[in-house]
Design a protein around this ligand. Structure first.
Ligand code: UT7
Length: 332
């Protein structure tokens, strides 16, 4: 089978830093609680005037530059987000307008924190089966600050805003030692939707919004249940993808886990036996950026030299749905 490679990568986060000290002035919390329970020290938050599509646009420009291709060479745009600029049209269409590449197809996918892993699987299948397409722009982006309840201390301390983008391209090699996306494995358990959800403006949301209050529409989470399920599912999908590729964790150079909570990442590392130096963590200064978490982390790991050319990386995600996914990528 032909390969799909990550030709370029880029990310963008807003300038505004929200520290734990800032949160101490907003809700009944402490810097100590947030650090010991989550590992998060600060996160980036959009201004009211910064939209998800703006984050996507900036990340996409960097990815295109890194891939050394023009926006005219993009054949499809997929945006993974649960915080679109508006209910419709898709954020991908708005990003297309901002990039100035009209007529190519564009769509969003809604898979919460697993969105990026799902999106690269969708894009990979497009490239392998539609030989007209050569380059696909895949963006994971979320502006969770627009949907969290800033009066709910159990959720508002966790999330940050950002976007990460990659250009995926078809490559003619069929050798697994060459750069490329070697495998993707995705899954979901729809019986667990109540664990983490946001009614927003969905059809289940109360219509008399003024009566029930806007807070009904914000993110709701059963933290402890999500915590347990995240560890269970991420461990299982890592083991499955390694097994079906006849690999062990020793073959992996860098693991990029979804950046939700330091304790979740430590538990996974312990269960799977990932040495600390192989686990990339940037949630200290990013918080949980949902669909952007993995591409931002990959980009940062490359920039700081934690991912080198030829490295085998394992990314693993978990999110609302509940959903999960993993991918094996040989870095370019
Ligand atoms: O991308 C996937 C999305 N989400 C996740 O992965 C999050 C998964 N869950 C978690 O990361 C953790 O469950 C949390 C960080 C959300 C909470 O940590 P926990 O250790 O599970 O705490 P808890 O919910 O059991 O709460 C312990 C205590 C409670 O007080 P009482 O009932 O023991 O008196 C909470 O009210 O901590 C309290 N608490 C806080 N205290 C200070 C909850 N949030 C805060 C806070 N500051 N921000």
């Amino acid at each position: 089978m032909k390969h799909v490679i990550i030709k370029g990568i880029g990310s963008h986060v807003p300038d505004c830093v929200l520290s734990n000290a800032d949160l101490e002035g907003m809700v009944d919390t402490t810097n100590e609680w947030i650090i010991t329970r989550t590992g998060i020290e600060s996160r980036r938050i959009c201004l009211d005037t910064e939209m998800t599509s703006d984050l996507c646009h900036e990340a996409a420009l960097k990815a295109l530059e890194n891939a050394n291709i023009s926006v005219c060479d993009v054949d499809l745009i997929i945006v993974a987000t649960v915080t679109p600029d508006m209910q419709f049209p898709s954020t991908a269409c708005i990003v297309q307008r901002k990039l100035g590449c009209v007529d190519i197809p564009c769509f969003d996918i809604s898979v919460a924190c697993s969105g990026f892993v799902y999106a690269i699987d969708v894009a990979r299948n497009f490239l392998l089966n539609n030989l007209v397409m050569k380059n696909i722009l895949v963006i994971g982006a979320d502006k969770f600050s627009s949907i969290v309840d800033w009066e709910d201390r159990s959720t508002c301390v966790l999330f940050g805003d950002g976007a990460g983008a990659v250009v995926l391209s078809r490559d003619n090699t069929n050798d697994d030692s060459e750069p490329g996306i070697l495998d993707v494995l995705i899954g979901a358990d729809g019986r667990r939707t109540q664990m983490l959800y946001c009614l927003g403006w969905g059809t289940m949301a109360p219509t008399e919004s003024e009566k029930v209050g806007k807070r009904e529409r914000f993110v709701k989470m059963e933290g402890r249940e999500v915590f347990k399920e995240a560890i269970k599912r991420m461990c299982a999908v890592m083991e499955d993808i390694l097994l079906r590729n006849k690999l062990t964790i020793e073959d992996i150079d860098c693991v990029i886990p979804h950046q939700a909570n330091m304790r979740i990442i430590s538990a996974i590392a312990e269960r799977i036996g990932v040495p600390e130096e192989k686990m990339f963590i940037n949630l200290q200064h990013m918080g949980n950026t949902s669909a952007a978490s993995i591409p931002i982390a990959i980009d940062e790991a490359v920039q700081v030299g934690r991912i080198q050319s030829g490295d085998l990386i394992l990314v693993v995600s978990f999110g609302a749905g509940i959903t999960w996914g993993a991918s094996l990528i040989r870095w370019k």
